[in-house]
Design a protein around this ligand. Structure first.
Ligand code: COA
Length: 193
């Protein structure tokens, strides 16, 4: 059961878990003053989900470039990228990164939206937070009259691939993702809207 309340930059969703407990989910745009929180959360979730599947040196090599204060500030001030926090009962539970125009990592199609990141803390998986973040991204793309949303996902991230397929995304291509010196393959998936 979902019930949307939309405020200027904040989107509140009351959602029910399987156990019928109501959660208040707020999707709010990340402000530059929250750069430290975003940096800590994005680094933590990246390690939580991918450290055990990758070489520690490659994780460190990637993180030392991707998860720095400077890099985070550059992303947050890019006019073609937006970050959002998913707040569950006022607790940070997930985040989303959207890229438009030239900020997209491939194609730069002006009529498309890239979902570069969608992460939910492990303890909150299965509460439909990922789904709300995905729906929110699709809503943003619809409001801009875009034709499709797309994303890249590691070919071995089976859980996320299943999640995207369940939401109607289809594989249309692939690209290389460099984690340290490990050349990984990302599947590119898209959903027409
Ligand atoms: C992938 C991820 C975002 C999913 O978020 P979540 O909040 O746990 O998922 P939700 O509870 O919103 O699931 C929504 C729907 O997808 C379905 N779903 C979830 N995972 C699925 C899977 N692997 N296969 C099929 N369906 C799946 C759920 O059953 C649910 O279906 P319903 O709405 O019909 O009941 C989350 O697992 C995550 O953060 N993973 C780690 C980070 C990551 O890999 N991010 C993607 C990087 S590209």
């Amino acid at each position: 059961m979902l019930n949307f309340k939309i405020f200027s930059n904040n989107f509140q969703i009351v959602t029910s878990s399987n156990s019928q407990i109501d959660y208040m989910l707020t999707i709010k745009k990340v402000d530059i003053t929250e750069a430290d929180t975003l940096l800590a959360f994005s680094k933590k979730t990246f390690y939580d989900f991918f450290a055990h599947l990758n070489d520690p040196a490659n994780m460190e090599a990637y993180s030392s470039v991707a998860f720095t204060e400077q890099n985070m500030l550059e992303q947050l001030t890019n006019p073609n990228s937006d970050f959002y926090f998913a707040m569950l009962d006022n607790q940070l539970a997930g985040y989303l990164k959207l890229n438009f125009g030239d900020a997209q990592t491939e194609f730069k199609d002006r009529n498309a939206l890239e979902i570069e990141r969608v992460y939910v803390s492990g303890e909150h998986h299965g509460k439909k937070i990922g789904k709300q973040l995905l729906n929110f991204a699709i809503e943003v793309a619809l409001n801009k009259n875009f034709n499709y949303v797309w994303l890249g996902v590691w070919e071995h991230n089976y859980k996320a691939i299943g999640f995207y397929e369940h939401a109607g995304f289809e594989v249309f291509s692939s690209h290389e993702f460099l984690l340290g010196d490990d050349r990984q393959k990302d599947l590119l998936m898209k959903k027409k809207i």
